[in-house]
Ligand binder design. Structure first.
Ligand code: BGC
Length: 256
């Protein structure tokens, strides 16, 4: 693959963002390009916007895509923060056809976690590590000795006294909708993390997504036995991790 360059894309509820990623450095080497996610975000509409992004970069090589749902063997198996018509759709097939280049798709939080583990604060971390992303939803990625266990969906656990899944109370969107400041939200988020700690005894929890940029505003509310640190890498983690995943898939693919 030419110069270890892959196009990394992050499909989210409000924006579809991407840029060319240097896999050796784990850096975006172009300006990040962002398009509004079409509403409703149906498969056909998202595929058309995705093609626009490919055309913007005039890209012909491999593309890695982080997608906000369970992604099993390229297919969407859930749709909490995207249009329900995605369920059952072969995302890989749809986007490869739209782009005219090889596309590899994985869950968006798994992508952000991969970026943190390979290039960021998780580099070299052994044992049980979680990435929890705070955005429109709550995403999770689980790593054991650096190896990803995909599609953990820990934003969908139920907490005591809550009628709906955890992300309905503690995602970035839920915080805004409930009118909570970072401190009040931080207290509730700590309860959520404590529950995860009880269930999985992680060695480290890395916080990602837009909400993690506010870490300084709720850090004092986080009281766990394990280390909890923000990811850094800001908005580009999803695209960088997706690009790494695509590169890995391309380079390990059996040659005919
Ligand atoms: C979805 C996850 C996704 C997370 C962050 C959740 O609602 O179920 O698959 O990783 O949002 O986008």
């Amino acid at each position: 693959m030419k110069n270890h360059i892959v196009l990394g894309v992050d499909i989210g509820g409000s924006g579809i963002k991407g840029g060319l990623i240097d896999i050796k450095k784990g850096e975006m080497i172009t300006e990040r390009y962002r398009l509004e996610t079409p509403q409703p975000a149906t498969p056909a509409a998202v595929a058309a916007t995705f093609k626009e992004l490919i055309d913007h970069f005039d890209w012909k090589g491999p593309v890695g895509v982080g997608f906000p749902a369970i992604v099993r063997h390229g297919k969407a198996l859930s749709a909490s923060n995207i249009d329900a018509s995605w369920i059952g759709v072969d995302i890989t097939k749809l986007l490869s056809k739209a782009a005219g280049c090889p596309v590899y798709v994985l869950n968006d939080a798994d992508a952000a976690g991969i970026a943190a583990m390979h290039y960021g604060v998780g580099k070299g971390e052994q044992g049980v590590v979680f990435m929890i992303t705070i955005g429109s939803g709550i995403g999770s990625a689980l790593f054991m000795d650096g190896k990803l266990v995909p599609n953990t969906e820990l934003g969908h656990i139920y907490l005591k006294n809550n009628k709906e899944v955890a992300e309905k109370y503690i995602s970035g969107n839920a915080r805004k909708a409930r009118g909570l400041g970072w401190s009040a939200w931080g207290k509730q988020f700590n309860k959520y993390l404590l529950h995860l700690e009880r269930l999985f005894s992680p060695d480290l929890i890395i916080l990602g997504g837009g909400g993690s940029k506010q870490f300084a505003n709720f850090q004092d509310k986080i009281q766990l036995n394990c280390r909890v640190i923000p990811a850094g890498l800001l908005n580009q983690a999803g695209a960088i991790g997706a690009a790494y995943y695509a590169w890995e898939m391309e380079t390990t693919k059996p040659k005919h």
